[in-house]
Design a protein around this ligand. Structure first.
Ligand code: PLP
Length: 443
C-alpha cells in the first residue's frame, strides 16, 4: 500500500498514538457506549476492560453528566478564563478542595484547571519552578522524573517522562534527570499489591542530589503507580522514602495522578491509598468521567500562598489556558463528583480488589505470561516477547480480545486492564476468560 493510500472516509483524520496505516487497513470503530459496554457500528458489544483510556470510572452514558453539560451549554457556553470568572469554576474548585488528595490535613486544596493530563503536568512543573523562585530558591531549575514514567506529551511532560519513544524524536528540556524505574522481574514477579523489593531505588534521588546539588533541583515527579508503561506498582516503602528525601532537600514532590486519581486504587487518590502526601498532584481523565476534556492540579496551600505576594495588580502565575475551568467541563465534573459520592465509587475498587487479584492472577500459567501485577482495579499482564518482534504478541492479543468482545490496552508486550469502577464480579471473570482464550490462541 502506498504511504498515503486513499481509504474513503478515513484519510483526513491523523490519529493520535496510532499506527495510522495499519489501523486504516483494518479499522476498529466504537460507535456507542452504555455502562460497562461499547457497541461497534455493526452492533457488536464490547466489554470495556480499560474504562476508555483509564478515564470512564463511573461507566459510560451517564445521563446526569449529559444533562448537566447541556444545561450549562445553554446557560453559559463559554466565559473568558483570564481576569474573568464564572460561578461553576469556583464551585467545582471548592468541591474538589473538599475531597482533595490526602484529606484536609494534607492541605492540597488550591486547584488550577487545565484541559488535559499533559497540561496538568506542564502546569505542575511550572508551578514548582515558580514556587522555588518565589521563596528565593531561583537556582532550583532542574526537574527529576523517572525511567518508564509517562507524563503526557507536552515538552515538560516528555522531558521528565521516561518512555523512550516519547523522547527520541523531540528535543527535550536540558535540566532534567531521571530516577531508575522500579520494575524488577527477578525479585517481584507475580506480586499481588505492592512488591516487597525495591525501596532502595528511592535512594536514586540522593544520588542525583549528590550529582547535581540540591540547590539546582526544583521538583521530582512520579506516577505513584506507573500506568502507561504497563502497570508498575511502587515497592513497599518506596514512596515514603522519596517523600523523606524530597523534604530533606527542599525538593517539591509531584504525584502524577492522571490515572490513579478518582478511585482507581480503591481510595479517592493514590495519595490516600499510600498515605504519602506530595506537594502537587496532577489529575485529568476521571475528573469528568472522560465526558469532556479537563484536568486539574491540586497544589499545597503553602505552595500557592508563596506565590500570592507582590503588587496585588500583578498576575502571580503567568500561566493558564483558554479552556481552564471551561463551564461545560466544570458542569461535567460536578455531576461526576455527585455520582462518585452517591455510588461510593471512589472506594469501590477496594471491595473488589481481592476478587480482581485472584481472577487476574489465575492467568499465571497461561501461555506467554511472565508476570502479573495487580492493585486496586488495575492489572498489568506481561508477556514474553516474540523473537525480534517486541510488542507484536500483545498487539495480537489486543486484536483477538477486541474481536471476541473485550477492550484491553497494550504497551509493548504488556496487557493492561483498568475497567470502569462499576464493574461487576462476573464481568471481571468474563474479562479474564476472554483474555485467557486470546493468550491461548496467539502464537
Ligand atoms: N500523566 C499520566 C500519568 C497519564 O497516564 C497520562 C495519560 O495517559 C497523561 C499524563 C496525559 O494525559 P492526557 O492524554 O490527557 O494529556
Amino acid at each position: 500500500m502506498p504511504a498515503t493510500a486513499n481509504t474513503p472516509g478515513l484519510d483526513a483524520y491523523w490519529m493520535p498514538f496510532t499506527a495510522n496505516r495499519q489501523f486504516k487497513a483494518a479499522p476498529r470503530l466504537l460507535a456507542a457506549a452504555e455502562g460497562m459496554h461499547y457497541q461497534t457500528p455493526d452492533g457488536r458489544t464490547v466489554l470495556d476492560g480499560t474504562a476508555g483510556l483509564w478515564c470512564v470510572n463511573a461507566g459510560h452514558g451517564r445521563r446526569e453528566i449529559a444533562t448537566a453539560v447541556e444545561r450549562q451549554l445553554t446557560t453559559l457556553d463559554f466565559a473568558p478564563s483570564f481576569q474573568m470568572g464564572h460561578p461553576l469554576a469556583f464551585d467545582f474548585a471548592e468541591r474538589l478542595a473538599a475531597v482533595a488528595p490526602g484529606g484536609p490535613e494534607a492541605g492540597l486544596d488550591r486547584v488550577f484547571f487545565t484541559g488535559s493530563g499533559s497540561e496538568s503536568v506542564d502546569t505542575a512543573l511550572k508551578i514548582a519552578l515558580a514556587y522555588q523562585r518565589a521563596i528565593g530558591q531561583g537556582t532550583r531549575t532542574r526537574l527529576i522524573g523517572r525511567e518508564r514514567g509517562y507524563h503526557g506529551v507536552g515538552f515538560g511532560g516528555i522531558s521528565v517522562g521516561g518512555l523512550v519513544n516519547n523522547r527520541r524524536m523531540f528535543p527535550l528540556l536540558p535540566a532534567v534527570d531521571h530516577l531508575r524505574h522500579t520494575h524488577d522481574l527477578d525479585r517481584n514477579a507475580f506480586t499481588k499489591g505492592q512488591p516487597a523489593h525495591g525501596v532502595e531505588l528511592a535512594d536514586d534521588l540522593e544520588r542525583l542530589v549528590a550529582l547535581h546539588g540540591a540547590e539546582t533541583i526544583a521538583a521530582c515527579i512520579v506516577e505513584p503507580l506507573a500506568g502507561s508503561t504497563g502497570v508498575l506498582v511502587p515497592p513497599v516503602g518506596y514512596l515514603e522514602r522519596l517523600r523523606e528525601i524530597c523534604t530533606r532537600h527542599g525538593i517539591l514532590l509531584v504525584f502524577d495522578e492522571v490515572i490513579t486519581g478518582f478511585g482507581r486504587l480503591g481510595a479517592p487518590f493514590a495519595t490516600d491509598y499510600f498515605g504519602v502526601v506530595p506537594d502537587l498532584v496532577t489529575t485529568a481523565k476521571g475528573l469528568t468521567n472522560g465526558a469532556l476534556p479537563m484536568g486539574a492540579v491540586f497544589a499545597a496551600r503553602r505552595v500557592h500562598d508563596a506565590l500570592m505576594h507582590g503588587p496585588e495588580a500583578a498576575i502571580e502565575l503567568f500561566h493558564g489556558y483558554t479552556y481552564s475551568g471551561h463551564p461545560a467541563a466544570c458542569a461535567a465534573g460536578l455531576a461526576t463528583l455527585d455520582i462518585y459520592a452517591r455510588e461510593g465509587l471512589l472506594t469501590r475498587a477496594a471491595a473488589l480488589s481481592t476478587h480482581w487479584a485472584e481472577a487476574v492472577h489465575g492467568l499465571r500459567s497461561a501461555p506467554h505470561v511472565i508476570d502479573i501485577r495487580t492493585l486496586g482495579l488495575v492489572a498489568g499482564i506481561e508477556l514474553g516477547s516474540r523473537e525480534g518482534a517486541p510488542g507484536a504478541r500483545a498487539y495480537d492479543v489486543f486484536v483477538d480480545c477486541f474481536e471476541r468482545g473485550l477492550l484491553v490496552r497494550v504497551t509493548g508486550d504488556i496487557v493492561a486492564l483498568s475497567p470502569p469502577l462499576i464493574v461487576a464480579a462476573e464481568e471481571i471473570d468474563t474479562m479474564v476468560s476472554i483474555l485467557g482464550d486470546a493468550l491461548a490462541r496467539v502464537a
